[in-house]
Structure formats: structure tokens, C-alpha cells
Design a binder for this molecule. Structure first.
Ligand SMILES: Nc1nc2c(ncn2[C@@H]2O[C@H](COP(=O)(O)OP(=O)(O)OP(=O)(O)O)[C@@H](O)[C@H]2O)c(=O)[nH]1
Ligand SMILES: [Mg+2]
Length: 312
């Protein structure tokens, strides 16, 4: 599997089709009508941004920046305004430098713990990440940390078989910390590059479940105190602004290093990506672009902004 498969511009552009229909096309139509630059235009732009889940705060910030450029550069044509909007969107997406980077691992085995609320796409994303890392020549091991349901363990094992990746799993109902301990030690013994550890879906307001994540993290830390691991939060793009709330809550009880934005292809609320970048200070690293194992794209701000407005 080629590395470039996951950097494909087309994947992001295709996955943005619903958001583009709702946001990009409406913005383009708005500007094509060549409206006077007045309060009612700003309001229309803001309404469109908010309806695509860019969020009130982030939309307000964008409008303010465009207004500043309008004053500074004397912009008056609709075309220039649209270009300025794209520029400001890109600025927000790039504000977090790691959004553009591809630095993933600095210790071996590098542990990626995948967390998030129920049904957001964690286990599928674990499989996609395994395929991605295999594709760039890394050896991968999976840890079945969702011991809550037997089906969850089986689901991961099936992916493991398909990908030819081993899965460290215990019985249903066993301690996720013990799975973490065994999986990490196995990864060390086998000199595996990347250990991807799946977790059970949890509501961010359930304190004891959030505490369980810290416990698992402590297991990894205890085995290898100096290693810097990654906790990757999966957000379901179809939940829009609700995903921001989830992330804020996860962030308050766990150190989240990166975001995997799943189901962008099913969402008309892809504008939430801009809000995530602006409001959370956590880089969006990966985007889920479909249900198959290859439907992963490395997040690229330029491709994203481009894909919001055009199909090519
Ligand atoms: N369209 C689309 N569907 C996705 C994507 N990622 C995951 N899914 C689907 O979302 C559903 C839930 O996926 P899972 O990976 O089981 O989600 P989970 O977070 O592990 O769920 P729990 O373990 O029950 O909390 C499945 O039907 C997946 O096929 C994506 O990027 N695009
Ligand atoms: Mg799961």
C-alpha cells in the first residue's frame, strides 16, 4: 500500500462533498450575486458558517479578520472577498503548527491510544491507522483495550486478520490496564514500531470511565517513563459542534495530543474542523473518509480549504 494513498487530495475533496454542497456552494452563490459589502452581507456569511458548524465564536473571528483586510486593502469585489475568506480559513487551520506536520513517533514502540465517545469510529480508525503505518513500512501491533463487549474484541481481531497484524486481547470484562501492560510488553519484546490501543467508547462526563483512561496511561508510563505517547481523540464529524464539547471534556481529564476526525464523508458539518483547530489547540492529524480500511487521509489544510469550494 503506497504512502501517497493516504495523502491523496481526492479523498479529502470527495469526503467534503456534503459540506461543500451546504457551505462552499452557498458561499460561492452568495458572492456570485455580487452583493454590496454591508452588514447584511457579513450576517449572511456568518449564518452560512455557523450552519456548517464552524461555530459562533470561530465564525465571528473569521468575519472580523476579513473585515480588517477589507479596510486595510480596500477590497470591494466579491471575488476578492471570497479569496480573503479562503485565506483566513487557511490561517485558522494552520494556526496550530502541527496541523501541517507529520511527526508521529519519537519513541519505539510508539503507543497510540485511541479514545472517544461511543460509536464515533474508534475501532475502524485503529484499523485504518494500522494500514497507514504498515504502508509506510512500520511494524504494528494492536491492543484490544475495549474489554467491555466481546463483540468489540472480535471486531478488532477481524481487522487484525485482514491486515495481517497481531492483536493482543484478553477476555471480555478483563482489566483494560492489564491488556495495556501485556500489549506494551509484547510490542517491546517483538520490537514493534507502533502499538495502537483501542478503548471502549465512553461518555466524557462519566468520571470513573475517564479515570480508567488515566490508569491505562499510567501503565504505559510505568513501563517506559520517558517515552512520549499519543492519545488520539476520535471525533465524529457528523456530530458537528457537539464534537467540540466532547473534546473539551476529554481534554480536561486526559492529555489529548491529536484528533482523528472520522466520517467527514457522511457529514455536512465539516466546518467543525475549523472550529476544532481554532478552539481546541489540538492538531487534526487524520481524517476518516469512508468505511473501508483505506479511507484515511492525512489532514492537509490546503486540500481542505480547496475542497470546501471546488471539486477538483
Ligand atoms: N462513512 C464513514 N463511516 C465510518 C467512518 N469511520 C467509522 N465509520 C463507521 O462508524 C460505525 C462505528 O464505527 P466503530 O469503529 O465501531 O466505532 P467505535 O467508536 O469503535 O464504536 P464503540 O466501540 O461502540 O464505541 C461503523 O459503522 C463504521 O463503519 C468514516 O470515516 N466514514
Ligand atoms: Mg470500538
Amino acid at each position: 500500500m503506497a504512502f501517497s494513498l493516504f495523502e491523496s487530495k481526492d479523498k479529502i475533496i470527495n469526503a467534503l462533498s456534503k459540506t461543500r454542497q451546504d457551505l462552499g456552494s452557498n458561499l460561492v452563490s452568495l458572492f456570485q450575486a455580487n452583493p454590496p459589502v454591508d452588514e447584511s452581507l457579513w450576517q449572511d456569511i456568518e449564518d452560512l458558517l455557523v450552519s456548517a458548524d464552524v461555530g459562533i465564536e470561530t465564525s465571528g473571528k473569521l468575519i472580523l479578520e476579513i473585515k480588517k483586510s477589507v479596510q486595510k486593502h480596500g477590497i470591494s469585489s466579491s471575488n476578492e472577498l471570497l479569496e480573503q475568506l479562503k485565506f483566513e480559513l487557511l490561517n485558522l487551520l494552520k494556526a496550530n503548527p502541527e496541523n501541517t506536520g507529520n511527526k508521529d513517533y519519537n519513541s519505539t514502540p510508539f503507543v497510540i491510544m485511541v479514545v472517544g465517545v461511543n460509536g464515533v469510529g474508534k475501532t475502524t480508525s485503529v484499523a485504518k491507522l494500522a494500514a497507514y503505518y504498515q504502508g509506510i513500512g512500520k511494524s504494528v501491533l494492536l491492543g484490544a483495550g475495549d474489554t467491555f463487549r466481546a463483540a468489540a474484541i472480535d471486531q478488532l481481531k477481524i481487522w487484525g486478520e485482514k491486515l495481517g497484524v497481531d492483536v493482543v486481547a484478553h477476555q471480555q470484562g478483563s482489566d483494560p490496564g492489564a491488556v495495556a501492560f501485556d500489549a506494551y510488553n509484547a510490542a517491546i519484546a517483538r520490537q514493534v514500531d507502533i502499538l495502537i490501543y483501542d478503548t471502549a467508547g465512553r461518555l466524557h462526563n462519566k468520571t470513573e470511565l475517564m479515570e480508567e483512561l488515566s490508569k491505562v496511561n499510567r501503565v504505559f508510563k510505568r513501563i517506559s517513563p520517558n517515552a512520549s505517547h499519543q492519545t488520539l481523540l476520535v471525533i465524529d464529524a457528523t456530530t458537528g459542534q457537539n464534537g467540540i464539547e466532547q473534546a473539551k471534556n476529554f481534554k480536561s481529564s486526559a492529555e489529548i495530543n491529536a484528533i482523528f476526525l472520522a466520517k467527514l464523508d457522511s457529514s455536512a458539518k465539516g466546518g467543525v474542523t475549523v472550529a476544532i483547530s481554532d478552539q481546541l489547540g489540538i492538531p487534526v492529524r487524520f481524517v476518516g473518509t469512508g468505511e473501508s480500511v483505506n479511507d484515511l487521509s492525512i489532514f492537509d489544510p490546503e486540500h481542505f480549504v480547496n475542497g470546501l469550494f471546488t471539486e477538483t
